[in-house]
Design a protein around this ligand. Sequence first.
Ligand code: NDP
Ligand code: GUE
Length: 300
Amino acid sequence: MSATIIDGKAYAAGLRGRVADAVAALAANGMVPGLAVVLVGEDPASHVYVKNKARQTVEVGMRSFEHRLPASVTETEVLDLVSRLNADPAVDGILVQLPLPLQIDTQKIIEAIDPAKDVDGFHPINAGRLMTGVRGFVSCTPLGCLLLIRSVQPNLAGLDAVVIGRSNIVGKPMAQLLVSQNCTVTIAHSKTRDLKDVCRRADILVAAVGRPEMVRGDWIKPGAIVIDVGINRIPNPDAGEGRTRLIGDVAYGEAAQVASAITPVPGGVGPMTIACLLRNTLEAACLRRGLPMPALDAAA
Ligand SMILES: NC(=O)C1=CN([C@@H]2O[C@H](COP(=O)(O)OP(=O)(O)OC[C@H]3O[C@@H](n4cnc5c(N)ncnc54)[C@H](OP(=O)(O)O)[C@@H]3O)[C@@H](O)[C@H]2O)C=CC1
Ligand SMILES: Nc1nc(=O)c2c([nH]1)NC[C@@H]1CN(c3ccc(C(=O)N[C@@H](CCC(=O)O)C(=O)O)cc3)C=[N+]21
């Protein structure tokens, strides 16, 4: 068997197009959604990612506000910026790029963001809403994964899902979303015993670990849907000295022989994360103005 390749890049482009149409309708009435991104420090990968986000924000017709702070910034300065953004009527969504430097208490910053502007879905209020089945902002990466899963399998009821990883931003909300779709969900992590056997039971396998090609072909149940969240940058000497390339947490070539559908890296989950961020920002803009959210995706 050779798996269907789930084209996240194409799905994300379609979703951004639908967001752009809705933004144009708002803008025609003088309402332009705005997304503020806060970037602390000089991490080159974060800079590239924030630049991509800003470009795509503008492409869908929204305003992009970028705030770059030096790595030496104090926690109070970041908190002050967040409270200014909370109060700014031009800002509908706030994203503070993680990770933050060690002198800053990340949880404190996340909890300072107005939950109504928390388009990352990281605030405990939004995490709690997801947990209790109340509408709120859902973390962009798991939301993107769910949209990709449902693009190949609309009804997930009764399926066995395994999520490897239990971070607050990917693993846990992913598991919660799959439960809400009536999957039977197992969350695996670094202390899980017999991980390979656990994975082999999965009709849906989501890998969000950060270990290059950890999941091998023989970990996968024949016909499973495999979602690779991992973004690992490894040296690529073939492309020249000092060059790198991205690979996922799944050994793609092996897995594609066994799975029914699989996301590539790059071009899978990554582009969906940004598209879902824009989708959430549109939702924040509609909610703040008391307008209905246009239907954009199956998981809305
Ligand atoms: N495509 C995208 O848009 C995004 C991609 N990512 C990528 O996804 C990956 C995960 O990100 P994130 O959740 O933030 O990472 P974290 O480091 O926060 O979490 C990693 C999880 O993997 C688990 N883990 C580590 N080693 C093993 C192992 N040997 N076996 C089983 N489980 C293990 C950890 O377990 P424990 O809890 O026990 O330590 C932890 O729960 C990274 O590669 C990241 O770059 C992240 C965000 C967005
Ligand atoms: N507050 C916050 N929210 C986040 O959502 C957040 C964050 N902090 N910190 C970092 C991680 C990582 N993340 C990615 C998003 C898109 C791609 C992406 O677009 N990847 C492309 C490739 C890009 C490239 O070539 O480097 C792809 O997979 O095809 C990757 C990674 C969001 N994160």
